[in-house]
Write a protein that binds this ligand. Structure first.
Ligand code: PMP
Length: 293
């Protein structure tokens, strides 16, 4: 299995490029113990980072939600990301900016910790994703529920929410499914472990209101594309029953892009619903036409 720590390349850290293999942290780093970090996932298509500004702005927002002040400007991180792509000669790939509290204290307050900022970028895992897309994804309901909005900064892309995502993803895989679909504290669907969720019913689009989970940039892009194509989009509460009665379903996210869902628990869905295909083609077109200008 490949190990991310032994790759070649350069990582931008706190204002300068360092060799990939030297981008280490101490074991007593605050973020490692208390999840005090925020990050982004950005795709590179044709050498261009898709929706870079939106992602970097979300990184700043997420940092502010967990009490971190990034010691750079949005433009500086945008420039650093572009330099990182160039330095690593990437045409297609994935970028992972990360902001985390350093090792200056083990106090929960994180008082006096440094705010560290890294940007790593590498060739991505397209082949596996594309193969998966040919088959679609299967989902099972997760064993944990998303906390209420008042329980945590749900709109921050912070490390702390991913502990539960890892648990539920592995539970789903162990049961023979690809991912988990997560309910809120009531009876409503939220999202999957790392992607937003949509259903299609009577050629209209339905997606849960992002009131206790991340309102993904891909989700927002798909909604805009659908509206521009004259497709009706409902951001609304959805139950298991709504899902069982849907004509088709899919999930969205930067890494997964658009993934058709072929099964939720024991209910099967078509992989090739015409509305999904239309939206997927429009999404691919949006990516192809995208430029930072
Ligand atoms: N929800 C969660 C929990 C995620 O980790 C992601 C991936 N960032 C998404 C939704 C989708 O967000 P985006 O489309 O911005 O990648």
């Amino acid at each position: 299995m490949s190990d991310f720590s032994t790759r070649d390349g350069y990582i931008w850290r706190n204002g300068e490029f360092i060799e990939w293999k030297k981008a280490n942290v101490h074991v007593l780093t605050h973020a490692l113990h208390y999840g005090s970090s925020v990050y982004e996932g950005i795709r590179i298509y044709n050498g261009i980072p898709f929706k870079l500004r939106e992602h970097i702005e979300r990184l700043f927002y997420s940092a502010s939600k967990i009490g971190l002040s990034i010691p750079y400007s949005t433009q500086q991180l945008i420039d650093a990301t572009l330099a990182c792509i160039e330095r690593n000669h990437l045409e297609r790939g994935y970028i992972r900016p990360l902001v985390y509290r350093g090792s200056e204290t083990m106090l929960i307050s994180g008082e006096g910790t440094s705010t560290n900022c890294v940007i790593a970028a590498w060739n991505s895992f397209d082949q596996k994703r594309n193969e998966a897309r040919e088959k679609g994804y299967t989902l099972t309901y997760g064993s944990y529920k998303r906390p209420l909005a008042g329980c945590f900064p749900y709109d921050a892309k912070s490390a702390f929410i991913y502990t539960v995502a890892t648990i539920m993803k592995n539970e789903a895989l162990a049961k023979g499914y690809d991912d988990a679909l997560i309910l809120d504290q009531s009876v409503h669907i939220t999202e999957s472990t790392t992607s937003n969720f949509f259903i299609i019913k009577n050629n209209e689009l339905y997606t849960p209101v992002a009131d206790c989970f991340l309102n993904g940039i891909t989700r927002q892009t798909i909604i805009k594309i659908a509206q521009s194509l004259g497709i009706k989009v409902h951001e609304t509460k959805l139950t298991k029953e709504d899902v069982a009665n849907a004509d088709a379903a899919f999930i969205t996210g930067t890494a997964i892009e658009m993934m058709p869902i072929t099964k939720i628990e024991d209910r099967n869905f078509p992989i090739d619903h015409s509305l999904f295909t239309q939206l997927h083609n429009a999404y691919k077109e949006t990516i192809a036409k995208y430029s930072v200008a």
